[in-house]
Design a binder for this molecule. Structure first.
Ligand code: PFF
Length: 458
């Protein structure tokens, strides 16, 4: 008997559409902007290794659990958790996992759209030739002209949110599915072309040494917390996005193999993007790999402006960033939209416009934290820093922790097994072990040490 509920939102047309959509969600600013600069700040190789281990041993098991919860209910994260709670007769407090997921997704989207807007602005700057022969000082000026201008930021943030709204409003198959199957192959192709260009024109050897040289001294608890936060962020877990996408996954697709494919694609993109970016950065004298958030918007433009072939590299690069951010951002909007449709029975376009507007308003806080409100800080955080830290380093790990415990211990073996029919008992046991013990213990330990480290150094 088929006890699988039906989705009112539709189903991905194949396992590959799910893989592309989930990879689209996973590959984004986290890979192209955050990973390289965080790896740069925390000293390269040792950080990369911890990051990859976190992805494999913590990220993948938790992501599998999240997809499972979505597919078992075929509903938005809040209702998926409700379904799981009812089916397993567990305490209703577990439903908050869905609420935390959807709220973090909207919070993240609010600042994600602003940063994606920077990339759109830089795409037009680069295409107009404004980076040609820029010096380090010019690049700093270009960047500060952008971030100190709230209207310009709002214009791009709004444009980006309209792009997201259009896709999500068109539905799972006609909107998300269709756009993703065009964007993702384009993204992979662009990345390969750029990597080849970077190898030919840049300093690949230094980039390789930098990303893979193992420097034990750079491993601090703070670095481990950052690596784990980034692993969760880059895989889009703990925010409802993957649970929502899981709800549209074909019933016969293998969750384990599919999630592993997504995690591998995501890590390959992060490492290739890192190699590509640092090859370009190291080829330009006088710019540093540990620039922090300005790596993409200050160091790279200097490199693009001063190397042969830099114009085309620059245009392709910012186009790539915009595509990657777009395919991630739609997955941040979808869970809340799906929930509003289920709950309030309103149309998809209406739900999408309402939530995009809400996110737009929230995003104004981030916009202002770079200019008019940049000196307003709480515990050393601006509004943007606080949202970034709260979501990536607190809400995501905690939500991942709760998902691991719920699926590992509470949901019940039969319900879990029903979604994992293709997994042999041996692999099921291994996965459950990672989910029950390694993931939660590692998350809690790293989380507490990292928070302690962070606040003891403020
Ligand atoms: N994984 C995306 C990135 O690496 O940029 C960001 C993201 C998208 C996080 C969707 C969370 C999410 F639900």
């Amino acid at each position: 008997m088929d006890i699988q509920p039906k989705s009112v939102h539709g189903i991905w047309s194949s396992r590959w559409t799910f893989i592309l959509a989930a990879t689209g969600s996973a590959v984004g600013l986290g890979n192209l902007w955050k990973f390289p600069y965080v790896a740069g700040t925390f000293g390269g190789g040792a950080f990369v290794l911890i990051y990859l281990v976190c992805i494999l041993l913590i990220g993948v098991p938790v992501m599998m659990a999240e997809v499972l919860l979505g597919r078992a209910a075929r509903k938005s994260p809040i209702n998926a958790m409700h379904h799981a709670v009812v089916a397993s007769e567990s305490r209703s407090a577990w439903r908050y996992i869905g609420w935390v997921g959807i709220s973090s997704a909207l919070l993240i989207l609010s600042f994600y759209a602003v940063i994606a807007g920077w990339a759109m602005d830089y795409f037009t700057l680069t295409a107009r030739g404004a980076l040609s022969e820029v010096s380090g000082d010019d690049a700093v000026l270009l960047f500060s002209n952008l971030v100190s201008n709230p209207l310009r930021l709002v214009l791009w943030q709004s444009t980006f949110l309209v792009l997201c709204f259009l896709v999500v409003a068109a539905g799972v198959q006609r909107g998300l599915g269709r756009v993703i199957t065009v964007l993702m192959p384009m993204l992979f192709l662009l990345l390969i072309v750029m990597m080849l260009l970077a190898v030919m024109k840049g300093d690949f050897y230094s980039a390789w040494t930098f990303l893979f040289a193992f420097n034990v001294d750079s491993i601090t608890w703070r670095a481990v917390l950052e690596a784990m936060g980034l692993a969760f962020f880059t895989l889009s877990i703990g925010m409802g996005a993957i649970m929502a996408y899981g709800a549209y996954m074909p019933a016969e697709a293998s969750i384990g193999r599919t999630v592993l494919t997504v995690a591998i694609l995501d890590s390959v993109v992060a490492v290739v993007a890192g190699l590509m970016i640092f090859s370009i950065v190291f080829a330009t004298p006088g710019i540093s790999p540990s620039e922090g958030p300005g790596l993409m918007f200050i160091s790279l433009p200097v490199a693009f402006g001063n190397m042969t072939g830099g114009y085309i590299l620059g245009v392709l690069f910012f186009f790539l960033v915009v595509i990657a951010a777009w395919s991630s951002a739609i997955s941040l909007l979808e869970p809340a939209v799906a929930w509003l449709i289920e709950e309030k029975r309103i149309s998809r376009p209406r739900a999408s416009i309402f939530l995009s507007f809400l996110v737009w308003i929230l995003g104004i806080g981030t916009v202002l934290s770079f200019n008019l409100a940049k000196d307003i800080k709480v515990a050393g955080f601006t509004f943007f820093d606080a949202l970034d830290f709260l979501t990536a380093n607190i809400m995501l790990p905690l939500s991942g922790f709760a998902i691991a415990i719920f699926v590992g211990f509470i949901m019940g073996h039969d319900l879990v097994r029903a979604q994992m029919v293709d997994l042999s008992s041996k692999y099921l046991e291994r996965w459950l072990w990672l989910l029950r013990y390694l993931a939660p213990i590692a998350v809690l330990m790293i989380f507490s040490m990292g928070i302690y480290d962070k606040f003891s150094s403020v």
